[in-house]
Design a protein around this ligand. Sequence first.
Ligand SMILES: Cc1ncc(COP(=O)(O)O)c(C=O)c1O
Length: 337
Amino acid sequence: MKHLLDRFNRVPLISVAPTPLEPMPRLSSLLGGARILIKRDDLTGLAFGGNKIRKLEFELGHQDLEAYDTLVTSGASQSNHARATAATAARLGKHCELVLERRIRDSSRAYRLSGNILIDHLYGAAVHHVDEGDVADKIDALVADLVKRGRRPLVIPPGASTTHGALGYVRCALEMAAQARAMGVSIDHVVLSVGSGGSQAGLIAGFELLGLPVTVWGICHGPPGDKRQLVFDILQNVAATLALKTETRACEIITESGQIGAGYGHITPAAQEAMTLAASLDGVLLDPVYTAKSMAGLIQLVRSGLIAPHETVAFLHTGGTPAIFAYANSLSPLQRR
Ligand SMILES: Cc1ncc(COP(=O)(O)O)c(C=O)c1O
């Protein structure tokens, strides 16, 4: 099946492939069942890893990189995608321009200066802060200005959730299935955070290609809480690119809204519990914005019986760990003294 992906160019960015698939035995036992595995895409390597690295491999592989000298992208102030793009630009010897949207009102020093933003600057990216809703206009103006100055910009869509970007998660599904087979288990469910949709769409396509009946649960970290159409549209494009006749209908895609709480970037008590359990029981660090909410979703699915004690669930760790430092004010017990 791997040969299907071999015909797509990929810029190699992942340091260690495949990323590990390992058990979380103590969380499993605390919850009284469901074998919990974790796919460590927080360990994709470049710039603290995460899912964007996998997507950028295929998205940039699809482009004529010689034609561009600057990567331009956007995200929230503490965007993991922006940080991954800044690192990728540096790795490829290109400039990087980031348009970062003020999506939450956290004026703490840590949020403004640490976490992903600090890393963006270390990679030499030019950072442009804009108010919510102003991203598209700013990108247009920025691109026009870059061109006027003789630069050759390539704009990467938010989250790199393009058709080719999503192929990174088709590859991840193939990897996970092979790793599970080698461990002698079969995966019944995968749980992951869903934002721009490329990771979930790629995984669904990958498991379909293999003919494996895996239920893929996308957990939303902010509104809208229904991303089925978004994921479905990417899935359709991925399927067409792979000449796969997908059986999945939009209404069968699962995007859960129960973990959103007060919204994007606002940590919930359930997410805080998930962070503490994963770290203290199995030594896994989660980020407060994405993976803590998706792990809270997994815990809820096991507790409610929707994932049964005899089943195997793989949690996809999509990265984001630098944001822990940006959220020091709300996370650190020392701050509360
Ligand atoms: C750490 C992390 N996990 C999950 C996601 C969501 O992934 P996707 O955009 O592929 O849906 C993002 C990006 O928004 C992210 O930064």
